[in-house]
Design a protein around this ligand. Structure first.
Ligand SMILES: NC(=[NH2+])NCCC[C@H](N)C(=O)O
Length: 320
C-alpha cells in the first residue's frame, strides 16, 4: 500500500504484481485438473470409474423387471465377478476408481458407462431416462469432482441421455444414438457444448426395442469397428467406412449371445476386455486380429448389462 493508503496499483487491483491466467482450460488438464478425457474409443485405456454392487441388488429379487433387470442376482457372486473385472483392469495397467453413493444406492448404480461421457475437456453428465435410475449421475458427479475431473455440462429441461449412447468416431466427431435412453433435446444440448470445443455431433436413430447405441457398435481401433448386421444404424456404418474403418460383422447367433459378447471395453488398439463364455464370437474377433482378455460375468448379465455398461471410461491416451 502506498503511504496515502490507496490500493491503486496493488496486485489485487491489477497493479504490476497481477499475474493473469493465460492458459486455456484444455492446457490446464493434467495439471490444475486431473489428467482425464478421451478423443477416441480405442486409445490406450488409462482410468475407469466403477461402482461395486452390493445390497442394492436385492431390489431385483422379487420383481427384476420393476428395476430394469432380467433375473434376480446372487449378490455375493455379482460382487466377486465385479472384483474380478476390476482386477483385470488393474492387470492391464488401468487405474480403477469407485463411485460410492451416500446411503443405499439405486439398483443400477453399477452401470457407470450410462452415467457420464468424457470429452477432451471434461465430462458431460448423463440424465438417465427412467425414474428407476434418475439421480445416479449425482454420485458420479461427486466422484469425478473429487478426482479432479472437470464437468463440462449437466443437462437441463427434459433432455435424457445415457453415456452408452455416445461414441467417438474420430477426434473431431462424436455419434449419438437417439432412442429410448437419449432424446433430441439431449443431443442438441450435447452438440452445443461440443461445438464450443470444436467437435461435431452426428445423431443417428437406433432401432426400436434396443437399449443403447453401445449395444450395436464397438470401435476397437483406428480402422476397425464391430457391428451387428441389420442392427447397427446405416448412417453409423457409413460414417465409419468413410473414415476408413473395416467392419467386423457379428456372426449369426441369438440376440442374448450377441448382446453380451459385444458388450466389451477396448483396452487399447485391437485389444478388448470381454465376457468369457462366448467362444463363437470371440473366434470372429480373434480372426480379425483383436486380442481378447476375458472375465466371467455370468451373474452380472442378469442385470441386463455387461462389461461395457459397467465401465465408465475416464481417461485414454489421446489419438489426435
Ligand atoms: N450400457 C448399457 N447397456 N447398460 C445396461 C444398463 C442395464 C440397466 N438394467 C438399465 O436398464 O439401465
Amino acid at each position: 500500500m502506498s503511504s496515502s493508503g490507496s490500493t491503486f496499483g496493488t496486485s489485487a487491483y491489477g497493479g504490476a504484481g497481477w499475474q493473469g491466467r493465460t492458459r486455456t482450460h484444455r492446457q490446464e488438464i493434467g495439471d490444475l485438473w486431473a489428467a482425464s478425457g478421451i478423443d477416441s474409443e480405442y486409445g490406450r485405456l488409462r482410468s475407469v470409474l466403477l461402482h461395486r454392487p452390493g445390497g442394492e441388488l436385492a431390489a431385483a429379487l422379487d420383481d427384476p423387471d420393476s428395476v430394469q433387470m432380467l433375473a434376480p442376482l446372487d449378490i455375493a457372486r455379482a460382487g466377486e465377478q465385479h472384483d474380478a473385472m476390476a482386477e483385470a483392469y488393474r492387470a492391464a495397467g488401468v487405474a480403477v476408481e469407485y463411485v460410492e453413493p451416500s446411503g443405499q444406492p439405486t439398483p443400477n448404480q453399477m452401470f457407470c458407462a450410462d452415467l457420464f461421457v468424457m470429452t477432451p475437456e471434461g465430462a458431460i453428465l448423463a440424465r438417465p431416462a427412467s425414474t428407476v435410475r434418475a439421480g445416479e449421475e449425482r454420485w458420479v458427479a461427486r466422484r469425478l469432482a473429487d478426482m479432479g475431473v472437470p464437468i463440462l455440462r449437466t443437462l437441463t429441461g427434459n433432455a435424457v441421455f445415457e453415456g452408452a449412447d455416445l461414441m467417438w468416431v474420430d477426434p473431431e466427431t462424436v455419434m449419438i444414438g437417439l432412442g429410448l435412453r437419449t432424446n433430441e433435446e439431449a443431443a442438441s444440448q450435447i452438440a452445443a457444448v461440443l461445438e464450443e470445443v470444436g467437435i461435431e455431433t452426428l445423431a443417428v436413430d437406433i432401432p426400436y426395442g434396443t437399449m443403447h447405441f453401445m449395444g450395436m457398435l464397438r470401435i476397437v481401433d483406428e480402422d476397425l469397428a464391430i457391428c451387428w448386421p441389420r442392427r447397427t444404424p446405416f448412417a453409423a456404418v457409413r460414417a465409419l467406412q468413410e473414415r476408413g474403418h473395416d467392419i467386423v460383422w457379428l456372426p449369426d447367433e441369438d440376440d442374448n449371445v450377441l448382446n453380451r459378447a459385444l458388450n466389451v471395453v477396448t483396452l487399447g488398439p485391437r485389444r478388448i476386455l470381454m465376457l468369457a463364455g462366448y467362444p463363437s464370437v470371440q473366434k470372429v474377433y480373434e480372426a480379425a486380429g483383436i486380442e481378447c482378455v476375458t472375465v466371467d460375468g455370468s451373474e452380472l448379465v442378469k442385470a441386463a448389462g455387461a462389461i461395457g455398461c459397467l465401465t465408465g471410461v475416464v481417461s485414454r491416451d489421446p489419438v489426435a
